[in-house]
Design a protein around this ligand. Sequence first.
Ligand code: DGL
Length: 263
Amino acid sequence: MKSNNFPIGIFDSGVGGTSIWKEISTLLPNEHTIYLSDSKNAPYGIKSKQEIIDLSIKNTNFLINQNCKLIVVACNTATTNAIQLLRTKYQIPFIGIEPAIKPAALKTKTNTIGILATKGTLTSELFAKTSNTLHKGIIIKETIGEGLVELIEAGKIASEEMHNLLSSYLEPMTNEGIDCLVLGCTHYPYLIPKIKEIIGDKIEIIDSGLAVAKQTKHILTTHQLLNHKDNSGNHQFYINKNKNVLTSLVASNLNVKISERNF
Ligand code: DGL
């Protein structure tokens, strides 16, 4: 039996899932969280399905050992490759994140949407299944954001190198007339200012962060696991590499504690 005061566990291949943690801690301010940044093994997006599954199991075991009451897989690559297996292997509820191509398909006027994601996500069966449910007239321009996660993990979000790499991925999609751009990786919301510099304001950027936070609240409610205490939650971050980049992304929250640890 899980206690309501136990933490929500969140994991990602690195620091990107903090974009989801921010949405969750804003929507559910009295929940405690434990975030696992597997930066030593990033990027997941170029690994095989089996490697992604093995790393997801390792991360889940760590969070379950810390008494987490629910786990958010704050990584599109791990969700699309491993969440089905995690749900059969463990009793605990899992929330995943998938690229928001369905909302984009409902919004597009040009019937052409772009998606920027990792190779692991775009080649997954789950992504293919979701794409196949879309109306036949919708054209999806898929682009692998190779190298973007590495630059973010290295703290080079605002660098010229990032600008050039992003331009090389975004310009072909804009030339093909996309009017919605789906961010299919939890690292990419940190690139929104740079993306806007390149594509302007006319293309709508869509990501799933808030939807994941709302789904987390919904599942905690239906499982009667919401924390009803009035005090603000504590947030413990574990990272298996240098913590500087992670610190720069989350330390403005006063209840954050960041520890470097081998796992
Ligand atoms: N944040 C992960 C995702 O959403 C990055 C994947 C990677 O490490 O390549 O897919």
